[in-house]
Design a protein around this ligand. Structure first.
Ligand SMILES: Cc1ncc(COP(=O)(O)O)c(C=O)c1O
Length: 456
């Protein structure tokens, strides 16, 4: 006879705790709440420690007040604008704040929305480009069957998805040791009358480097002079749009450049909110074609919505608002500066080791990458170092660079709020210890390439 469930029995001796059942079939009956909770907790303790995950750009720490704000709003659906008009108004406040932060000439004429992340935000930016281009071409009686989008070969995978899902030809400008980012060089070879726009990345995923948006805009100005083509820019500021305004206010990359029609960012990266939030803002309503916008009536008025998903958590938007109010400009500056100080401390420490050469040092966004010094060793690779560090709990991915540079392997650290100087010093020590271990090997490590935790 099977043991009846009773919460008086010691935990781990009860049905479901001391027995095995299929995890691919919903159990026939109920479990004790403690049993279900225990199983879930036990299975997830096998995950990596989020705070030691230096592969991700996404927030892994918020303060205790934020947790209360979160708990008080996790039942709100962002799409229910009639039911939650205040959450809708908060969303509106947030993207207006971003439009102002990104120097929109008149934020009251801008339009924006929250999204589930940068990927959705980028797709909306791409869709606006495509629709606007189609409308202009149709009006001129021209063919609309072959739109293309121009971007660096180091774009994040969301742009490959956009092109695939929405039938746009991707045109990748290869990066090289000489042109480490898309910088306007050779752009004329890639754009033509079917180009719906150019993507500029503020904080390239592979390395954290900024693409010089002003130089790209200047190259497009030249192209317009000679060909008449007026090609807009979308800035994919997944990380950098929440760093540059605070740490590099003199870098001109945003709506100060007229060619920049739209900017996206991840609220859940350097916006400092837990996963599930992105933003996209157009400098002026005219750049978001009206026929992409659905009107939802709320509070007696009409609320425009433009999104791929319908339901979405409202709590993340509320959390973003909490942080904008809690930190203000100066608080954000201090948080981002601290992350950058930690990044530079780590990159300087890594640069001191003979084994490594820095690709960049974290002075754009607090992200940097390095490679093995040529000729340093035949016995180990950065994949081996990744493995050794993982044994100590640190998740620090090694991966190949994009097309044309794929023979180069780099390793990358993303410094986020919550990687304290104290933890960083421990990490540097761990890297030194593991490098000394690997350098002492007398024969090569087995050549098997481990799985990379790189967020591409
Ligand atoms: C440049 C860039 N764009 C887009 C994304 C996708 O962001 P999300 O994960 O918010 O969809 C990332 C993620 O790392 C990124 O680095």
């Amino acid at each position: 006879m099977s043991t009846p469930d009773s919460d008086e029995q010691p935990i781990f001796t009860r049905a479901g705790e001391a027995t095995l059942t299929s995890r691919h079939v919903i159990p026939a009956g109920e479990s004790l709440p403690d049993t279900a909770k225990q199983i879930v907790e036990d299975e997830t303790i096998l995950d990596g420690n989020a705070r030691l995950n230096l592969a991700t750009f996404v927030s892994t720490w918020m303060d205790d007040d934020a947790k209360q704000v979160y708990a008080a709003s996790f039942d709100k659906n962002m799409i229910d604008k009639d039911e939650y008009p205040q959450t809708a108004a908060i969303e509106d406040n947030c993207w207006h704040m971003l439009a102002n932060l990104w120097n929109a000439p008149d934020a009251e004429k801008s339009i924006g929305t929250s999204t589930i992340g940068s990927s959705e935000a980028c797709m909306l930016g791409g869709l606006a480009f495509k629709r606007r281009w189609q409308q202009a071409r149709r009006a001129a009686g021209k063919d609309t069957s072959r739109p293309n989008l121009v971007m660096s070969s180091a774009v994040q995978v969301c742009w490959e998805k956009f092109c695939n899902y929405f039938d746009v030809e991707p045109r990748y400008v290869p990066i090289s040791a000489e042109h480490k980012t898309l910088d306007g060089h050779d752009l004329a070879k890639y754009v033509d009358e079917n180009t719906i726009g150019v993507v500029a990345i503020m904080g390239v995923t592979y390395t954290g480097m900024y693409e010089p948006v002003a130089e790209i805009a200047a190259a497009l100005d030249e192209i317009q002079k000679t060909t008449g083509l007026d090609i807009p820019i979308h800035v994919d500021g997944a990380s950098g749009a929440m760093i540059a305004p605070f740490l590099q206010p003199d870098v001109v990359w945003d709506f100060r450049l007229e060619r920049v029609h739209s900017i996206s960012t991840s609220g859940h990266k350097y916006g400092l909110v837990y996963p599930g939030l992105g933003w996209v803002v157009w400098r002026d309503e005219q750049w978001l074609p009206d026929d992409l916008v659905f009107k939802v009536s709320y509070l007696g008025g009409e609320m425009p919505t433009f999104a791929l998903n319908f339901s979405r958590p409202g709590a993340q938007v509320v959390l973003q608002y909490y942080l904008f109010l809690r930190l203000g400009f100066e608080g954000y500056r201090a948080v981002q500066q601290t992350s950058q100080d930690v990044a530079k401390f780590l990159s300087a420490g890594i640069d001191r080791l003979d084994a490594f050469e820095l690709w960049n040092d974290g002075s754009d966004i607090p992200v940097f990458a390095w490679r093995l010094t040529e000729g340093h060793t035949k016995n180990w690779t950065l994949y081996d170092l990744q493995d050794r560090l993982r044994m100590k709990g640190w998740l620090i991915p090694a991966y190949p660079m994009p097309a044309d540079l794929e023979q180069i392997t780099v390793q990358r650290i993303v410094v986020r709020n919550g990687l304290s100087m104290d933890l960083a010093a421990d990490l540097l020590q761990a890297i030194e210890t593991e490098v000394a271990y690997l350098d002492a090997l007398e024969s090569p490590m087995p050549a098997e390439k481990p799985q990379s935790a790189f967020h591409h």
